[in-house]
Design a binder for this molecule. Structure first.
Ligand SMILES: C[S@@+](CC[C@H](N)C(=O)[O-])C[C@H]1O[C@@H](n2cnc3c(N)ncnc32)[C@H](O)[C@@H]1O
Length: 456
C-alpha cells in the first residue's frame, strides 16, 4: 500500500490506536509508515494528517457536532475518527475535497458498515459547504464563556487555556495567549544537539538562535545523522539543551565535582550533562525510576565515553540515601508536559486538572530531597517541561518556605542567557523569582521552566 490512500490509512490506524489503546502517535507512526512502505512524501502526508487531526480534535469535534446535529459522544468511536480525519483534510489541508470525503467515507464504511459510510458522507458534505473561517465562527458562537471560545477555536481544553494565561500573566504577557495557543498547533521543526567535545555542528546545518550546540537540518533524515554519529549528534529540543546547559555552565566546573541527574529517563539531558561533565572533570550519576526508561538512559549514555552509573530508584529515596553529597543535581521532574504540546499531539486531551495535585506533591518531594543531597554550595536545577505555575513557581516557593535561609535562589534567567548565542529576552517574573521561562511562540522551544537553587 502506498500513495495518498496509504497515507490516510496509516493516519487513521494511528489515530485509532491513540484513542483505543492510549498509544503515543510519535512512537507508533514511524513503525506504521515503515510497514506501509510509504515514500518520503507520503510519510510526510501521513504525519501531517495524524498530528493535525489529533491536535485539532477539540475544534473538529465541535464542528462535527454542529454538522451532524448530535454530540460526538453519540458517534461510534472508529467512525468519529474517520470523520475527524476527513474534516482535517477539508478545513486544514490542500487535499482535494472529493478525495478527502470519499476516502474518509470508505474508512467509516469499513469501520461501521454502510450506514456509517452514509453518515460520514452527509457530515463531510455539510462541512465542505462552509469555509474554515465560517466554521470557526459557528463554533465560537456555541461557547458559553470567553475561555471556552478560545479553547474551541484553538483546540485546547479550557483548563489549559487558563493555566497558560496565568503563566503568561506572571511575566506581564497575558496578551500573548493566542499566539502561544497557535504555536502549539504548528508542527515544530526537528532540532538537534551536537554533544560538546564529541561532535561538531555539521557544515550544512542551520544554527538556531540560542543554544550554542543546536542546529537544524535543511534536508535529510535526522535519524541517519544520529546513527551515523553514534548518538553524538542527537534530536533534542533547544529548550531542553538550554535547561541542561544552565546547570552545567552556571559556574565553572571544579575538577572532581559530583553530579546527579535524578529523573533521567529517557536520557536526553543525561547525555548532554555527561558530555559537559567529561570536559570539566565532573563525575555524573543518573537515576530513573522506570526500568525501561533507565535502559534508554544507558543507551543514550553510550555516545559519551566514561562510566555513568544509572540507578533505578524512586528519586526521593535515591537522594535521601546520599545526604550532603552532590555539587550539582538536575531535577527534570515528571510533570503535565503542557510545554511540549506541539510535539505530543494527543497530550492535551490526556491530562486533566485532576493530575496536577499528585504531580506537584511529587515534584516538591523530589526537589526537597535533591536539596538535601546537595553539599553546602551545591546547586539544584529544577526543570519542568510545563509552564503551569502550580508545577513551577509554586513548587519553588514551597521549597523556599521549607528550607528558609538554608537555600538561595540564583538567577536562572542570567544562567540561561549566558549560555545563549543571542539574548533570548527572558522576562522577569512578577513573583520576583529568578525563574527562566521559555516559550514556543517566542523562542520556538518547548515551554521549559528552569529554577536554580543553591544550598548554603
Ligand atoms: C521529564 S522526564 C525526564 C526527561 C529527561 N531528563 C530527558 O531529558 O530525557 C521525568 C522522568 O522522571 C521519571 N520519574 C517519575 N517519577 C519519578 C520518581 N519518583 N523518581 C525518579 N524518577 C521519576 C519519569 O519516569 C520520567 O522518565
Amino acid at each position: 500500500m502506498s500513495g495518498a490512500t496509504g497515507s490516510r490509512r496509516v493516519a487513521f490506524e494511528t489515530i485509532r490506536a491513540v484513542h483505543e489503546s492510549d498509544a503515543y502517535a510519535n512512537l507508533l507512526l514511524p513503525t506504521a509508515i515503515r510497514r506501509a512502505g510509504l515514500d518520503t512524501a507520503d510519510a510526510a502526508l501521513a504525519t501531517e494528517l495524524t498530528y493535525g487531526t489529533l491536535r485539532r480534535q477539540g475544534t473538529y469535534d465541535a464542528i462535527i457536532s454542529l454538522a451532524s446535529d448530535r454530540p460526538v459522544s453519540d458517534i461510534e468511536p472508529a467512525v468519529l475518527d474517520a470523520v475527524r480525519l476527513g474534516v482535517h483534510q477539508l478545513l486544514s489541508t490542500r487535499v482535494a475535497s472529493h478525495a478527502a470525503v470519499n476516502e474518509s467515507v470508505e474508512l467509516a464504511r469499513r469501520a461501521g458498515g454502510r450506514g456509517a459510510g452514509g453518515f460520514a458522507n452527509a457530515v463531510l458534505r455539510r462541512v465542505s459547504r462552509d469555509t474554515p473561517g465560517d466554521w470557526l465562527s459557528h463554533v465560537a458562537e456555541t461557547a458559553r464563556s470567553d475561555d471556552e471560545r478560545i479553547g474551541l477555536v484553538t483546540s485546547h481544553p479550557v483548563w489549559i487555556v487558563r493555566a497558560f494565561r496565568r503563566a503568561l500573566a506572571a511575566e506581564g504577557r497575558a496578551g500573548e495567549l493566542e499566539a502561544l495557543l497557535a504555536a502549539d498547533n504548528a508542527s515544530p521543526r526537528v532540532t538537534m544537539a551536537a554533544l560538546p567535545g564529541l561532535a561538531d555542528i555539521p557544515a550544512r546545518a542551520r544554527r538556531t538562535p540560542y543554544s550554542p550546540i543546536a542546529f537544524r537540518l535543511a534536508s535529510g533524515d535526522p535519524e541517519q545523522l544520529v546513527s551515523g554519529s553514534a548518538g553524538r549528534r542527537r534530536v533534542q529540543d533547544e529548550g531542553s539543551q538550554l535547561a541542561a546547559l544552565a546547570l552545567s555552565r552556571v559556574e565553572p566546573i571544579r575538577d572532581g565535582e559530583k553530579w546527579l541527574d535524578l529523573c533521567a529517563g529517557p536520557g536526553g539531558k543525561t547525555a548532554l550533562l555527561a558530555a559537559e561533565a567529561r570536559i570539566g572533570g565532573a563525575r555524573l550519576e543518573a537515576n530513573e525510576i522506570v526500568p525501561a526508561r533507565a535502559g534508554l538512559v544507558r543507551q543514550a549514555l553510550r555516545s559519551v565515553p566514561g562510566r555513568v552509573p544509572v540507578s533505578e530508584l524512586d528519586g526521593r529515596t535515591r537522594a535521601a540515601e546520599s545526604p550532603d553529597t552532590y555539587d550539582r543535581i538536575l531535577v527534570d521532574a515528571p510533570c503535565t508536559g503542557l510545554g511540549a504540546l506541539r510535539r505530543r499531539p494527543e497530550a492535551r486531551w490526556r491530562k486533566s486538572p485532576a493530575d496536577v495535585p499528585a504531580l506537584t506533591q511529587l515534584q516538591r518531594e523530589l526537589l526537597t530531597a535533591a536539596v538535601g543531597a546537595l553539599r553546602p554550595g551545591g546547586i539544584v536545577a529544577y526543570v519542568t517541561c510545563s509552564p503551569h505555575l502550580a508545577e513551577t513557581a509554586t513548587v519553588v516557593a514551597d521549597i523556599h518556605r521549607e528550607w528558609g535561609d538554608a537555600i538561595e535562589e540564583l538567577s536562572a534567567r542570567d544562567a540561561v542567557t549566558q549560555v545563549c548565542d543571542n539574548d533570548p529576552g527572558l522576562l522577569p517574573q512578577t513573583d520576583g523569582s529568578g525563574r527562566a521561562q521559555l516559550w514556543p511562540h517566542r523562542h520556538n522551544t518547548d515551554a521549559m521552566s528552569v529554577s536554580l537553587l543553591r544550598r548554603r
